[in-house]
Design a protein around this ligand. Structure first.
Ligand code: PLP
Length: 376
C-alpha cells in the first residue's frame, strides 16, 4: 500500500502505526537498552540490545526508508557518523572522488583521518561530470557527491554520475541534506546511498543531532548495518522519537522554506550591495536545468556575495535582527552565517560570502530584515 501513497501522506503515517497494547495513536518513546530473552532463547519482539536495534529507532528507520522510496534506512547519532559509515566501507589503497564543495566537516574528516590511513582522495567540481571521469583511477571505489552543495549550492547531475559508475564497481553516495527526500529522491536517479544530516531539515527545529543513510542494495545495507552496530554511533531513543515527530511536518516545512528562499534569492539579485547570488532556482544558476530535472523544488538555502571586504561582510551578518547569526541550517528559524569564519583550515568560501538558511518566518519580514542589514 505504501508505494502508492504520496510523500505528504507517508510523512504523516509512516512509522506511526498505532501502538499494540494500549492502542496509542502517537508512537511511544521506548528508552529500554536491553530486552527480555524468551524461554526458548529467542527474541520474539525482534530486539535484543539497543545499539543493534530498538523499537523507536526501528519505527524511524522504517519511515525514512519509505520516504526515500524503498530499501533500507539506517540512523546514526550525527550526520558525520553517517558520513563515516560510508567511508568505512573502503579499505586502505582504495580511492575516492569527492565533491570539492562538500560540507567542510566532511572534508576535514577525510583529510585528517582517512588520507593518513591510506585512502586516496581526489576533490573535484562534480557539477561537471567530465571532471569525475577525468579523475577516475583503477582503484576508485567511491564517488562522494553533495547536491545541492554547501555553500555554493552547486548541482551534480545524479543520473549521469550513476551511469558513469555503473559497471565499474564504483559506489555512489550523495549527501542530500539540503534537498531532503521531499525535493530529491536521490536513489531514484541511480545513486547507491543517500545521506542526510537529520540535524537539519529532517529534524527541523534545531534541537536534535542525527544522520541517516538509505540504500536499496541489500548487500550494501548489510555492510552499513554492521558498521552501525559495531561502530556504535547510534541515536538515542529520544532523538529518534523527536525526529519521527518532525517527519510529519517535513513536506509542509520544506515547501515553505523553498517558497520564501525563492523570493529572497530573486530580491537579492536586485540589490546593488549584492555582487552575486547562489540559488539553483535562479535561471542564471549553472545547475538550474539539472536541478529542475532532478528536484521537485530548489530548497531553502541561499548564499550571496556582498560587495565589500571581510569586515563589512561580517558586519552585515551582525546587523540582521530576525536572521540569527549561527551555524547549521534547516530549522524553523532563519540563520545567517559568514561561512569562511567557520570553515577554519578547510576555508574555501569567499571572504564576502554569506549563507542564509531561510526559516519559516514571513518572507516579507525576512526581506525587510536583510534590507536594513545591507544598507547601513
Ligand atoms: N552534511 C551537510 C550538508 C551539513 O551541513 C552537515 C552539518 O552542518 C553535515 C553533513 C554534518 O552533519 P552533523 O552536524 O549532523 O554531523
Amino acid at each position: 500500500m505504501h508505494d502508492k501513497l504520496r510523500l505528504e501522506t507517508l510523512a504523516v503515517h509512516a512509522g506511526h502505526e498505532p501502538e499494540t497494547g494500549d492502542h496509542g495513536l502517537a508512537p511511544a518513546f521506548k528508552p529500554a537498552t536491553t530486552f527480555l530473552r524468551d524461554a526458548d532463547g529467542g527474541f520474539a519482539a525482534g530486539h535484543q540490545y539497543a545499539r543493534a536495534s530498538n523499537p523507536t529507532r526501528a519505527r524511524l528507520e522504517n519511515a525514512l526508508a519509505l520516504l526515500e522510496g524503498g530499501g533500507e534506512a539506517l540512523c546514526f547519532s550525527s550526520g558525520m557518523a553517517a558520513v563515516g559509515a560510508v567511508f568505512a566501507q573502503l579499505a586502505p589503497g582504495d580511492h575516492a572522488i569527492v565533491s570539492g564543495d562538500a560540507y567542510h566537516g566532511a572534508i576535514r574528516f577525510i583529510d585528517d583521518w582517512l588520507k593518513p590511513r591510506g585512502i586516496g582522495v581526489t576533490y573535484c567540481d562534480t557539477s561537471d561530470t567530465g571532471n569525475i571521469e577525468r579523475e577516475l583511477q583503477p582503484k576508485t571505489r567511491l564517488l562522494w557527491l553533495e547536491s545541492p552543495s554547501n555553500p555554493e549550492l552547486k548541482i551534480t547531475d545524479l543520473a549521469a554520475v550513476a551511469a558513469l559508475a555503473a559497471n565499474r564497481g564504483i559506489l555512489t553516495a550523495c549527501d542530500a541534506t539540503l534537498a531532503t527526500p521531499v525535493l530529491q529522491r536521490t536513489l531514484d536517479h541511480g545513486i547507491d546511498i543517500v545521506m542526510h544530516s537529520s540535524t537539519k531539515y529532517l529534524g527541523g527545529h534545531s534541537d536534535l543531532l542525527g544522520g541517516v543513510l538509505a540504500t536499496r542494495d541489500a548487500e550494501l545495507a548489510a555492510g552499513l548495518r554492521a558498521w552501525q552496530i559495531d561502530g556504535g554511533a547510534v541515536p538515542s531513543a529520544f532523538d529518534c522519537w523527536l525526529l519521527l515527530r518532525s517527519l510529519a511536518t517535513l513536506p509542509l516545512r520544506v515547501k515553505q522554506h523553498a517558497e520564501s528562499a525563492r523570493r529572497i534569492a530573486a530580491w537579492l539579485t536586485e540589490q546593488t550591495a549584492v555582487e552575486k547570488v547562489f540559488y539553483p532556482g535562479l535561471a542564471a544558476h549553472p545547475g538550474h536545468e539539472t536541478a529542475k530535472r532532478q528536484m521537485r523544488d530548489f530548497g531553502g538555502m541561499v548564499s550571496f556575495l556582498f560587495r565589500g571586504d571581510e569586515d563589512a561582510t561580517r558586519a552585515v551578518a551582525s546587523r540582521t535582527k530576525i536572521f540569527q547569526q549561527a551555524t547549521s541550517l534547516g530549522g524553523v528559524e532563519s540563520l545567517i552565517e559568514h561561512r569562511a569564519s567557520v570553515e577554519g583550515a578547510q576555508r574555501r568560501s569567499a571572504h564576502n560570502l554569506l549563507r542564509l538558511s531561510v526559516g519559516l518566518e514571513h518572507a516579507d519580514d525576512l526581506i525587510a530584515d536583510l534590507s536594513q542589514a545591507l544598507k547601513e
